[in-house]
Write a protein of this length. Structure first.
Length: 187
């Protein structure tokens, strides 16, 4: 489903745009930085909540072997958000240890306290952190918007599967330009 409206109180949720995942990453991943920062700028310009999420480690439990595709910090600055996000005091920072930004983080409480009813998602990886967060957001009753050109996956087939098969069941999809235009038109 394509984007139909921007709620009175939307929030932008940026997933895992951090140094450990993007420094030296393939162009498919780093290409999301520019559209994601355009979304951040638009939301900030209109005083709308910006939530910057990073991943630091993984959930506790079995540790004898890493799961395929699991994020494991390799340096002290691995979880630092990329400089291009230009973190501001008004931004809300969430650190997660699982795929979804909602699981054990307080994100739902934060959004409800801010009166948010709609979230716009961007980030990496489409089929992991973004999709898991979208599923949780839908389960929590948020109006979910997925900025599909502002997200990427290491595997193009995984990205396409999420965008074409999963996201239409969870919310609305749009390009960065469409989201920005609608935010601008409603403010």
């Amino acid at each position: 489903m394509t984007l139909t409206t921007i709620d009175p109180t939307p929030a932008l949720v940026v997933i895992d745009l951090q140094k450990g995942l993007l420094t030296g990453a393939e162009p498919a991943l780093t290409a999301v930085v520019e559209p994601a920062t355009r979304l951040v700028a638009a939301f900030r310009r209109h005083g709308l909540p910006v939530v910057l999420v990073n991943v630091a480690g993984r959930a506790p439990g079995r540790t004898e072997g890493a799961r395929p595709g699991s994020a494991v910090p390799s340096s002290p600055r691995w979880a630092d958000l990329i400089d291009e996000l230009d973190v501001r005091p008004t931004d809300h920072l969430i650190t997660k240890r699982r795929r979804s930004a909602f699981h054990d983080t307080g994100l739902d409480t934060l959004l409800r306290d801010l009166g948010v009813t709609q979230i716009v998602l961007t980030g990496v990886s489409t089929s992991a952190g973004v999709e898991s967060t979208a599923r949780s957001a839908s389960d929590h009753g948020y109006h979910v918007v997925l900025a599909t050109d502002a997200m990427a996956d290491r595997e193009e087939a995984d990205h396409r599967h999420s965008v074409e098969r999963v996201f239409p069941k969870l919310g609305e999809t749009a390009t960065t330009s469409e989201v920005v235009a609608m935010v601008e038109a409603t403010r």
